[in-house]
Design a protein around this ligand. Structure first.
Ligand code: A2P
Length: 215
């Protein structure tokens, strides 16, 4: 995003690295990431004023903790998949106690996604029960849950009616008794990053390694 000629925020998109000169993606392009040195380059951007803020995305709690140990400028944000069916409680607490804002992508569980697991959140019985009680749509309740957790939510829509619906989440709230019900929703990570896991190439041999067990 541009603001007065300066990029507003720059993020490390994934904790992975591709060989210099790679065009497109193939597993053999994966190489060992050097996150401390990438972060130093980000800090240089920040110092120069070219970026107003620097952050990360798709970082596990462990990767964020490791980064905070070496960062001179702490990351402003960790943008991760987060919604009522992937609540990330450990990461949420860590971000909160370390002043890193958690920004949620796929905040409605990516209902348009092609994976079999997508589309499920908006049909979840607990979410639908809460939506019915509040007279809101399941999508609005999912977004409102994110806001009440203190996250920012990044819903996507190409439909005018749904865009309006998704903005209508600021002048009401989910009461405590219904908020407690979110703990009953089955948890599943939708965006696994499996492309970045390979038996030979790159840094991660398994999803466990990529997410440091948060899978
Ligand atoms: P559409 O563009 O047709 O509205 P996410 O942001 O969680 O990844 O989800 C994006 C998907 O959710 C898109 O496929 C979008 O389709 C759909 N979507 C956006 N808003 C709503 C809504 N209020 N109810 C149902 N589906 C929605």
């Amino acid at each position: 995003m541009l603001l007065n000629g300066a990029v507003k925020i720059v993020k490390i998109h994934w904790p992975v690295s591709l060989k210099r000169g790679s065009i497109g993606f193939k597993p053999e392009y994966l190489t060992q990431p050097d996150i401390p040195s990438t972060w130093r380059a980000m800090e240089t951007l920040y110092d120069s004023g070219k970026a107003r803020a620097i952050g990360v995305s798709n970082f596990s709690t462990k990767k964020l903790r490791d980064l905070l140990k070496v960062a001179r400028v702490p990351p402003a944000v960790n943008q991760v998949e987060c919604h009522p069916s992937w609540q990330q409680p450990q990461l949420h607490s860590f971000c909160k106690s370390n002043g890193v804002h958690l920004s949620a992508y796929a905040p409605m569980g990516s209902p348009g996604g092609t994976s079999g697991k997508s589309r499920q959140l908006l049909k979840d019985p607990v979410l639908n029960m809460i939506a019915e009680k509040l007279g809101k749509s399941p999508a609005q309740v999912a977004l409102r849950w994110g806001l009440q957790m203190g996250h920012s939510v990044l819903p996507k829509s190409t439909n005018e009616g749904r865009l309006k619906e998704n903005f209508d989440v600021f002048d009401w709230s989910i009461p405590e008794d219904l908020f407690a019900k979110f703990s009953e929703i089955e948890q599943v990570r939708l965006v696994t990053g499996s492309n970045f896991v390979h038996e030979t190439f790159g840094a991660y041999r398994s999803l466990e390694e990529l997410w440091d067990g948060e899978i």
